[in-house]
Unconditional design. Structure first.
Length: 174
């Protein structure tokens, strides 16, 4: 997903939230700037956590976890870049007292929501393979009392069966 698609997605999502937009109109420009800055700081913190998960997966040599977490990392980086650009636009709009500042603020808010979601999904990537058996797993087998003895994997093959060829069905046998 390139950055233009991501920006279009965020813009479309911001236009589909009229109730949230109405609630945000009561905010002043300074309030929007302050909240947007805090959201970006939180997104960067989530980015650091996901980077730590990537390092953990790399240290475990677990390619499945690494691919999953790396996919979330790429999306978070893109969302963070969109949020930072929207924050710059918000700062400019507030300085000009432009009523379009809410649009940039909503972009940051939506990016924050998506980054939080990607952070949770990256955590799920690390935890999703809890039941995979690897070389560190040990299996202990307990046999119930009354169970026939012996190892069921060591069985003797049956005695060979003598097979006789049936007589010819036609008198014109070659």
């Amino acid at each position: 997903m390139n950055r233009y698609h991501l920006a279009a997605l965020l813009l479309g999502a911001s236009l589909s939230l009229p109730a949230a937009a109405q609630a945000q109109k009561a905010m002043t420009g300074a309030d929007m700037l302050d909240k947007a800055d805090r959201d970006i700081v939180d997104m960067k913190q989530t980015l650091k956590q996901v980077l730590q998960r990537v390092g953990d997966a790399r240290n475990e040599n677990d390619i499945v976890k690494l691919n999953c977490v790396n996919e979330k990392l790429v999306q978070i980086k893109g969302l963070l870049k969109v949020a930072e650009q929207a924050d710059i636009g918000l700062q400019e709009a507030v300085a000009r007292k432009d009523p379009g500042a809410e649009s940039d603020y909503e972009k940051v808010r939506i990016a924050r929501t998506k980054v939080d979601q990607m952070g949770a999904e990256s955590q799920a990537c690390v935890g999703q393979l809890a039941y995979v058996v690897d070389e560190k797993t040990q299996v202990e087998v307990e046999t119930p009392s009354g169970f026939p003895g012996g190892n069921p994997t060591n069985w003797a093959p049956p005695a060979p069966v003598s097979i006789a060829r049936p007589p010819a069905a036609s008198p014109f046998a070659p």
